[in-house]
Design a protein around this ligand. Structure first.
Ligand code: ADP
Ligand code: MG
Length: 445
């Protein structure tokens, strides 16, 4: 049975092939207008909006389309081209439709996520400056703009801030902001309802397209493909694209090389982990907005010191404390903070960095820290290095490529190999198992 995912995927491949073989002009005017209508039981039905189009396409490309489908999957039993006049209104009206509905695609913006609520520090000043610049000027200085960083560090906040600012400075510019997940959902729905033309037109009429959390489309090939086309079309028309991701384009696994490299063409900015001063600043600004509750300075410092994971947790901690104090009718105190936040405090305590792991493992095996990143392959250093890689994978949220880079620029496959090697040894070798246990406990304490 052809599943929906597969059918869509194959259809994208067929279209791609056709585009390559027929060339851009023929594709835009003829072949690009056909859409996948149904695929039940391997009976592929492809629809075109007029008899005129069908009569043009069938003798020239009918057999080619059939052989492409059959070549891609044994599940395909027949391929038919039909005329579906319901599509015609859409094609001719497409431009009006597109312009009027483009803003409907956009997700609502959070009124709290503006530039003046965004506290700047060394970890985000570069990205914030770029964001301001993009929002304020209409010439496209950098395209695309990629904002990346770990969860809860302010990516969505900055994206919304840019969108708000553009809407404020030039309400005529069509800004579309949505999550990559929603982009994918819209795309799949358009396919199902045979509205891919409308979908494309809609996105391509945006002046500024903002897609949040693009890592979400990694591995979803047909969506990537569509995103890539939209992306290229907009860049060619000199429209602004801004995306966010939880890791750098280079570290996006499951993203096609063309898309990955294209993402790196413009400006790529990282939001780093927060510093103590920034956490203090953020808490201060949030506290200023709280009514009916006083949060003493020592509590703010305590939180900034202890909740280091990300801003979302930091905010969450503050909210919880305030809510608790209002509920029980007692002022916020260090005691209540310990009490109310003990799970958060514990979780934040345990966070280990790759550097700490490297250091501890090197000490444990009595090798030099520099050997963690050296090219030496002698067993005496290679094994501890593998152990450190394994622990980095286990105890941190870093991706394989990131870990590889911290170990002297090694490839992610090396890290993958190390992880499976140590996993195997852990089972066979008791001394190894003990070493690992000891190191882990040591690191987590
Ligand atoms: P991300 O999209 O990176 O996961 P968000 O943008 O959703 O993170 O941020 C999480 C929360 O932290 C939001 O409530 C946001 O307002 C807040 N936040 C993050 N960074 C800052 C900052 N620099 N100043 C003020 N608030 C921030
Ligand atoms: Mg976000």
């Amino acid at each position: 049975m052809l599943s929906e995912d597969i059918a869509i995927e194959l259809w994208e491949q067929v279209r791609d092939k056709l585009r390559q073989e027929a060339g851009e002009t023929v594709f835009e005017n003829w072949l690009g207008l056909i859409s996948l209508s149904s695929y039940a039981s391997g009976n592929i039905v492809i629809a075109v909006h007029s008899k005129f189009h069908k009569d043009w396409i069938e003798p020239r490309y009918g057999n080619r389309i059939r052989s492409l489908w059959h070549g891609l999957s044994k599940e395909v039993s027949s391929v038919n081209l039909i005329v579906d006049e319901r599509l015609s209104g859409r094609v001719t009206k497409k431009s009006e439709d597109a312009t009027s509905s483009i803003l409907k695609l956009s997700s609502p913006l959070d009124p709290r996520y503006t530039f003046d609520k965004f506290v700047i520090g060394p970890s985000n000043n570069f990205v914030a400056a770029a964001a301001q610049r993009i929002a304020e000027s209409e010439d496209i200085a950098f395209n695309p703009v990629v904002i990346y960083g770990g969860v809860g560090l302010g990516k969505t906040h900055l994206m919304h801030a840019i969108a708000w600012k553009i809407r404020e400075t030039n309400p005529n510019r069509k800004v579309v902001y949505l999550s990559a997940e929603k982009f994918m959902y819209q795309f799949v729905r358009a396919l199902r309802q045979q509205e891919t033309m409308v979908f494309k037109e809609q996105f391509r009429s945006a002046d500024v397209l903002m897609v949040d959390d693009v890592q979400f489309i990694a591995g979803k090939n047909s969506t990537q493909e569509e995103f890539f086309h939209t992306f290229n079309a907009l860049v060619d028309q000199n429209k602004q694209i801004i995306v966010s991701s939880d890791r750098s384009p280079a570290d996006l696994e499951g993203i096609e090389e063309r898309l990955r490299s294209r993402l790196g063409w413009g400006i790529v900015g990282e939001i780093h982990q927060t510093t103590y001063e920034l956490r203090l600043g953020i808490l201060q600004s949030k506290v200023d907005d709280i009514k009916n509750c006083i949060v003493p300075k020592n509590i703010i410092e305590f939180l900034a010191h202890k909740i280091t994971s990300n801003v979302r947790e930091l905010e969450g901690a503050l909210k919880r404390l305030v809510a608790h104090s209002q509920l029980v009718g007692r002022p916020v105190s260090l005691d209540s903070a310990h009490d109310v936040l003990h799970d958060l405090l514990r979780a934040n305590n345990r966070r280990v960095t790759i550097e700490e792991i490297q250091k501890k493992v090197a000490e444990h095996f009595n090798i030099r820290l520099s050997d963690m990143s050296s090219p030496r392959r002698a067993r005496a250093v290679a094994r501890p290095r593998q152990i450190a890689m394994y622990l980095s994978k286990q105890l941190t949220s870093r991706s394989l490529p990131e870990i590889g880079r911290t170990f002297g620029g090694r490839d992610h496959t090396t890290v993958m190999h190390a992880v499976s090697r140590i996993e195997a040894l852990k089972v066979e070798d008791n001394i190894m198992a003990d070493d690992l246990e000891l190191l882990k406990r040591n690191l987590e304490s």
